[in-house]
Design a protein around this ligand. Sequence first.
Ligand SMILES: [Zn+2]
Length: 379
Amino acid sequence: MRIRTEYAQEAAAIPTYWLTDTEEVYAYLQQKVLKGAVGLLGHSAGRRPIWMVSYGTPREGKGTTTYSGSLGCNDVKAYLGPDYGKRVMLIIGGVHASEFEGIAGIVNLITVLEQGVDLRGKPWPDLVQAAEQLDRILLIPILNVDGRARLPIRMEPYRGSDNLPHQYLTSGAWLDGANIGWPKVKQYIPLDFSQTEFPGTYCNDGGVNLQHDDFFGNPQPETKALFDLLARERPDITLNMHTGAPRNNYYMRMLTPFLENALVPVQQGLYRHVHTALTLAGLQGSHDLALEADPKRQPPQWPFNLDSAINLHCGSLSVTIESPCHAFSGKNRAGAEVRHEPDALIDAQLVAYEAGMTFLLKKGGRCNWAPGYRQTYQL
Ligand SMILES: [Zn+2]
């Protein structure tokens, strides 16, 4: 498969804490994961293994009904099963394979959970403490291993404000060399690789962008494996880590998924909690919490994607969090250029994970987020 040589350039100096290649990540997990367990989630459309790491003890037993049934009978515990009170968190990276920040972030999180410090030697005591109080943590560093295999680099060089090379690596180019671009790329699922110079790395080897799979019809093997995991583990919160922060306010941002109504206020609380943590860590455009963390200022609701499907499949509060990219700059609200160094990008990942965990501890999990149908509507 052709990839334009000038766009497939590797960064001149790659920090040792920046692990994003499937093989190097797996080798690292094999060597360093001692407290957790490395497991096989499943295989991709291209028959590549997808690895995950788990900590803690899973929910035991099963519920007596489907997720939908549990909402219908006004008792989500009937789906969650006898261990409904356990608090379970899932973090997914690399749904889009060129979006390295989440992959590198999850590897650093695993290092924190194993050693108390990240790959830079930076301690995260509050994160460690929060993680220890959760019952179960599931981490998938790279879901789209097919897309990742298509990209022969571990880190892009920084190219100033030019994001076209990154766009090429992400959403590909047609045979005439023109970038397919976003959101045009979503018009073609599955993408016909024969029509492309390079199909990008959004999609798996079946040409399917896993963020927009045919969830209820004929899902891809990656989605099927993920959904089987979700059914087994029934996570309270799922963080779906991407790279795609807004160019005009170029800081980490949670998107607003379409979710069942009961979770809308909970998602708003999570938004406030995560963005408050990012603001206090100096990782937003200002120090003004009213501006940065107010859920009323969230992006418009995203109509339907993987997060919605995860929610409706197993009740998890699933959100996409968009990071800025190491490879190009954006603008702040005042129009000044903003560049994020890899160091700050890893910090933002870890701050977001920690905030997700502390929110879950504070709010008590899915069984507490289910005001019943009959409480609001008398039949
Ligand atoms: Zn993405």
